[in-house]
Write a protein that binds this ligand. Structure first.
Ligand code: AMP
Ligand code: ZN
Length: 485
């Protein structure tokens, strides 16, 4: 079957463009700005990686060989994106009385566990910034003579030395410069650090010798260097959160242009995911909200419900975090799992073979529609109702159903062939009752109601509510309880 043409929104041209790899021999080369490992990633950060995982899944599903790099920032990212404040790693180390290296190791492990829980495939390379200090120094030495100047606090990039500085940021409505904090001695407010010197009399936990004195690299440098090291430049796609369109990627582009002495930005497509927003303060850790994936699991929510919540919005739209949205995603996941298990009662191990794409296959039209949706700038919200339609088919041979669902699992990563009703019963951390105890109490409650003993039925309900279990009477999907969010 003919595949749908693949198109993405390119932040550089501010338009939807047809995607073709630069060099089909090399496959598709993708670089994603990774996390700064100084604290638990919050759910917003993880939205960025559900997006890159969807991108990577769609590319592979459509037959491209892919090399995906996701860097780990373990030095250089200051508390402000624009060269002001402390290094986030050093600040976290101080606050927690740990070494910056231990902080990095701990939060890298948390990040990797979060990726696993969300069914995010491990990228091919996950290099750390500290592993390529030599290469960053070589890069800095090459661009320094024509593009940089030295002041007390370090080596700075003169943003007027490259053509079109800030063209990428022009794609956004907010005035970017408002966010740039002043650093004494900079020639222009938007100039940025390539190397930050350790102030005299101070020692940093993470510092290295350089021609400009002991210090640490500026944050933007690592991505220009690692992208070039692992993928070669220009590569096909560079991703990041929409905040990176304003400063970080603008500065990466300036560095890339300085390095190649050309106008090339370093990547053919620049793609940015919009934010997970939290108007109700539900994501705020300090307010006791569900800030992290572990926090969400502790409330009894299966992590793939969060993945499904992300997929229910296109990556370029803002997505509101609320308990209603989360509860709706959990319900939707349960409905999907029940629809699969109705026809395929036991978990199935199967991978996408492409069989269901073939003309004449009973599910071919659903797979073609899936292809249309995700090839249109990763339109996952449009793909989900197609999955519902497929699952609503009553008379499809089991083999065909499995082949079709394997294609959806390959693209959406929802693990529908494997998940069972029991898997979705995540026990909240604070629960004082086991799932079996809940079922027993509910059976007793049903009996009380059958005997019209409503006082006893209400007493059981109140007892369960006190234990963090919401009793659901007459739920159309047949779930009799859910964790209270
Ligand atoms: P950081 O660890 O701060 O470097 O951020 C990791 C990634 O998460 C970056 O690509 C950010 O742009 C992205 N990001 C940060 N906050 C959010 C949010 N609320 N929603 C979506 N992406 C975000
Ligand atoms: Zn980056």
């Amino acid at each position: 079957m003919q595949q749908a043409p693949l198109t993405f929104y390119n932040s550089i041209s501010r338009s939807i463009e047809r995607f073709e790899p630069i060099d089909s021999e090399k496959g598709v080369r993708v670089y994603s700005c990774g996390p700064t490992v100084y604290s638990d990633p919050h759910l917003g950060n993880l939205r960025a990686y559900v997006f890159t995982d969807t991108l990577s899944r769609v590319l592979r599903w459509k037959g491209y060989a892919l090399t995906h790099v996701l860097n780990i920032t373990d030095v250089g990212h200051l508390t402000s994106d624009a060269d002001a404040g402390d290094d986030k790693m050093e600040a976290a180390a101080k606050a927690r009385a740990m070494s910056a290296w231990d902080i990095a190791a701990h939060y890298t492990a948390v990040f990797r566990r979060n990726l696993d829980d969300l069914n995010i495939r491990t990228p091919d390379h996950m290099p750390t910034a500290t592993s390529c200090i030599e290469e960053m120094l070589d890069f800095a030495k090459k661009i320094a003579p024509e593009h940089c100047y030295e002041i007390d606090s370090g080596l700075y990039f003169d943003s007027t030395t490259v053509p079109d500085y800030g063209r990428l940021a022009g794609a956004q409505d907010d005035a970017g410069e408002g966010r740039i904090d002043p650093v004494a001695g900079k020639r222009h407010p938007q100039d940025f650090a390539i190397w930050r010197k350790t102030p005299p009399g101070e020692t940093r936990q993470m510092e290295w010798d350089s021609p400009w004195g002991k210090g640490a690299p500026g944050w933007h440098l690592e991505c220009s260097v690692m992208g070039r090291m692992y993928l070669g430049m220009p590569f096909d796609i560079h991703t990041g959160g929409i905040d990176h369109r304003e400063i970080h990627h603008v500065n990466e582009i300036a560095q890339n242009q300085a390095y190649c002495s050309c106008a090339d930005t370093g990547a053919r497509f620049w793609m940015h995911n919009n934010f997970l927003v939290d108007r109700g303060g539900k994501m705020s850790k300090s307010k006791g909200g569900i800030a992290t994936l572990d926090g969400l699991i502790a409330r009894g929510v299966h992590p793939l419900a969060y993945r499904l919540m992300c997929l229910s919005a296109q990556y370029r739209s803002e997505l509101e975090f609320s308990t209603d949205n989360l509860a709706a995603a959990l319900t939707r996941l349960k409905r999907l799992v029940m629809a699969v298990r109705k026809h395929l009662p036991d978990p199935v191990e199967a991978t996408a073979t492409g069989a269901a794409r073939a003309e004449g296959h009973p599910a071919a039209r659903f797979i073609a529609a899936l292809d249309e949706a995700v090839s249109d700038d990763l339109n996952t919200p449009r793909a989900l109702p197609i999955l519902d339609d497929l699952l609503a088919q009553k008379r499809m041979p089991a083999e065909a159903r499995i082949e079709a669902l394997a294609e959806f699992d390959a693209v959406l990563g929802l693990d529908l062939l494997r998940l069972t009703r029991a898997d979705l019963r995540v026990r909240p951390d604070g629960a004082t009752l086991t799932a079996e105890a809940i079922e027993t109490r509910l059976a007793e409650r049903r009996e009380a109601r059958a005997n019209k003993d409503f006082a006893q039925s209400d007493a059981i309900r109140d007892e369960l509510t006190a234990a963090g279990v919401e009793v659901m009477d007459g739920d159309p999907m047949g779930w009799d309880w859910r964790p209270e969010l």
